[in-house]
Design a protein around this ligand. Structure first.
Ligand code: GLU
Length: 314
């Protein structure tokens, strides 16, 4: 780690997987990257299971993720935190947003939003239909946060500086969905602050969401952590490796090879004869030699060959 990155400030980071499937190469990159960065800073590394979206959950995924982390020697500090048990925190954040006048009920269906987007030629942006009240006879489905003119700035340790105009590029966004589930954007902001995270290390696919998260932090008067968005692994077809694209999960029988592939993917220095090392030795080496400056800032990188393991158990 370069000297200028060493700091006396306490470091608390996390890995926050959604239990939508077992750990795969892409999520292992986020797990290992966040772990190494925390340990290289002599910081804490917490595990938070983001299980607030039951329709997307896969039975047994949480256990598979915990077992896989364990089998790679990625030991987390403290108790595992489950978002499904933290509803009160999210409700009180919604209440604060309401009190400050930033929350409103939205009656629009997906279909209506898609239709109005087409008219305006502004795909992906909520057109603000319910901003000033719901039409008579309609009922609020989701809750949205009102965004303001101006842009949100973000500094990322790897991706550099960026700005996003939420009004022009996103529109008022959902914090509680029509099915009453809390949106990821709100839950992640509330939890990162309540758990006192100082650093967030995760995949670059979440960079675009981060400006919304910084906005929510500002509205809720919460601190903004230091962000590091790692490159994301894509398969040969160019799709992000995710549980949804059914990326093969990593095998328990190839732990050293898999970990080496993660370290290569992040362009980290490897020991001599790396194939002979045990995973715990390799992790120790990787902590001692962790260097963010070596990570390619490119947003997507091809993944190493897919794994054929049948599970990530111990
Ligand atoms: N739960 C999210 C995922 O699995 C990651 C959230 C985060 O790191 O902020 O993609």
């Amino acid at each position: 780690m370069p000297a200028d990155e060493k700091s006396a400030a306490p470091y608390r980071g996390r890995f926050a997987p959604s239990p939508t499937g077992p750990l795969h190469f892409g999520s292992l990159v986020a797990a290992v990257g966040s772990y190494l960065d925390a340990r290289a800073h002599k910081g804490e590394w917490l595990l938070r299971i983001e299980d607030i979206d039951p329709p997307r959950e896969v039975a047994g995924a949480t256990d598979a993720i915990l077992r896989a982390l364990d089998s790679f020697g990625l030991e987390w500090d403290g108790q595992v935190v489950y978002q499904s048990r933290r509803g009160d925190y999210y409700t009180s954040a919604l209440e604060r947003l309401r009190q400050h006048g930033y929350l409103y009920g939205c009656a629009c269906t997906r279909r209506e939003i898609a239709d109005s987007r087409l008219k305006r030629g502004t795909a992906g942006i909520y057109p603000g239909t319910c901003r000033n009240g719901i039409l008579p006879g309609r009922t609020a489905r989701a809750l949205r946060v009102r965004v303001e003119p101006g842009s949100i700035g973000l500094t990322d340790r790897l991706q550099g500086n960026s700005r996003q105009s939420l009004l022009e590029e996103v529109g008022d966004f959902i914090v509680r969905r029509a099915d009453n589930l809390i949106a990821y954007q709100l839950a992640v902001v509330v939890d990162d602050a309540e758990q006192e995270m100082t650093h967030v290390v995760r995949g670059v696919d979440l960079l675009e969401s981060t400006h919304r998260q910084v906005y929510l932090q500002q509205l809720l008067e919460l601190p903004t952590p230091v962000y590091l968005h790692l490159p994301v692994a894509v398969n040969s077809a160019g799709d992000k490796l995710s549980k949804q694209t059914l990326a093969r999960h990593i095998g328990a029988d190839h732990k050293t090879t898999t970990l080496l592939d993660v370290l290569r993917f992040l362009h980290q220095e490897l020991p001599d004869s790396p194939g002979d090392a045990r995973v715990d030795e390799l992790l120790g080496w990787a902590i001692a030699h962790w260097d963010v400056d070596n990570i390619p800032a490119r947003r997507v990188l091809p993944s190493p060959p897919e794994y054929t393991g049948t599970g990530a158990g111990p």
